[in-house]
Design a protein around this ligand. Structure first.
Ligand code: ATP
Ligand code: MG
Length: 392
């Protein structure tokens, strides 16, 4: 019965003069999400309201799911839109709406009329009272409760009249594309997809870089990262994924540097390469899934040592989250099942038994001097041979 949805957004409503930019991005993103499913939708903006209107048949659950992946949407209201053919017709349509929407007519309700068009012959109070009366007459089991109703029946008088009462939660956040771009270091783990998702939620476009180490890491491990990128991009929109062959650099560090510093030095090179691609993509920052103290390379000292090679800001959205809190988000956004597939990670292949937990930057820099001869060429090779995969 629902031919359309009213799309509610919150934060972007308060952006003053730039408001239209946020609304336009939300319209575009909703349109792109709905284009992926069967059916034809028109997404429009009218007087501070965004509507998705179906032209022809579509699958309700699919449409809701698509909209639940669009950041910026806080509520999805399945809506019946009618023409203004006088109050009697409106009352009839509202009664029909209730009849079809609530099989069990045993609830409390209130009518919430809004009159955006002031030439409508009744004011909102009058509409509330009149409609309330007609609904009470039509259904025996329903009662009015103006303070804490089970059902709030919204009637918006605009050019058309909108009738809705259900609000399905959206993902919240800001429309992707309204807050710049960042480069995500995406591994096959649980944390980095969540970190990417959280940043995209604030409106940031996310591209990604993955370091693999063939033949020590398999094609399956890479496919897992591609799959994770696809899952994140269901929310964040199209994503460019750089797959960097890190084997040579990793072996070289293994050869030349103290093994207990291996992870830190490797991570410093990952950050440098990620920053190289971030610059190429005109991104403003890097994103990692690091969380304080989770492993040796994520102590405050290790984070400082890793951070030291970057000139761009490094965003670490899960920095203060417990593992379980990160897992909870990954379950919610659907990345968990893929993240826990047991494929080898390029960091674990060469990991030291007793990595330093309090690296000293000067000591690390000194160790890196042993790399001087070849590392620049290897860096060049790594970025020049990177595979680019367009996701979403
Ligand atoms: P995750 O669950 O995201 O893999 P983790 O707990 O396994 O994180 P580390 O392996 O220490 O932690 O990695 C810390 C962060 O460094 C990751 O969250 C990710 O952003 C980045 N990273 C690690 N390995 C890779 C890789 N092979 N390719 C790209 N980024 C990586
Ligand atoms: Mg990892």
């Amino acid at each position: 019965m629902f031919k359309s949805f009213l799309i509610k957004y919150a934060e972007i409503g308060v952006k003053g003069k730039n408001r239209y930019l946020f609304e336009n991005a939300l319209v575009d993103n909703a349109k792109r999400a709905l284009d992926k499913i069967d059916g034809n939708f028109k997404v429009t903006k009218e007087n501070g309201r965004i509507y998705a209107i179906a032209e022809g048949d579509y699958d309700f659950d699919e449409a809701v799911d698509a909209l639940q992946h669009v950041f910026g949407i806080v509520g999805i209201c399945p809506m019946v839109q009618i023409e203004d053919n006088g109050f009697d017709d409106l009352a009839e349509q509202v009664i029909k709406y209730i009849d079809e929407t609530y099989p069990d007519k045993n609830f409390t309700f209130k009518v919430m009329a809004r009159r955006a068009r002031k030439n409508y012959p009744m004011d909102s109070m009058k509409i509330n009272a009149e409609l309330g009366g007609r609904i009470l007459d039509a259904f025996e089991g329903v009662k009015v409760d103006v303070h804490n109703p089970d059902v709030e029946i919204n009637v918006e008088i605009r050019n058309h009249i909108n009738i809705y009462s259900k609000i399905i939660l959206g993902p919240g956040g800001m429309p992707v594309g309204t807050a710049g771009k960042a480069m995500l270091l995406l591994s096959g783990g649980i944390d980095s997809p969540v970190a990417g998702w959280m940043t995209a939620k604030r409106g940031v476009v996310v591209d990604a870089v993955y370091f693999h180490a063939p033949p020590y890491t398999s094609e399956r491990a890479k496919q897992k990262v591609v799959d994770l990128a696809k899952l994140v991009s269901k929310y964040s929109g199209p994503m460019r994924l750089y797959v960097v062959n890190f084997t040579e650099i990793q072996m070289y560090i293994y050869d030349k540097c103290p093994h207990d510093e291996l992870t830190i030095i490797m991570r410093r090179y990952m950050m440098k390469i990620a920053e190289y691609f971030a610059n190429r993509e005109k991104a403003q920052g890097l994103i990692t899934g690091e969380s304080i103290g989770q492993v040796a390379s994520q102590t405050m000292q290790s984070l400082a040592a890793t951070n030291e090679v970057c000139t761009m800001p490094v965003f670490r959205p899960v920095i203060a989250f417990d593992k379980q809190e990160i897992v909870d988000i990954s379950l919610k956004i659907g990345t968990y099942e893929t993240s826990i597939l047991p494929y080898e990670d390029c960091c674990t292949t060469f990991v030291a038994k007793h990595p330093v937990t309090k690296p000293n930057i000067n000591v690390i820099k000194n160790s890196e001097k042993h790399l001087a001869e070849e590392i620049d060429r290897m860096f060049e090779d790594a970025v020049n041979t990177a595979e680019v995969i367009e996701i979403g």
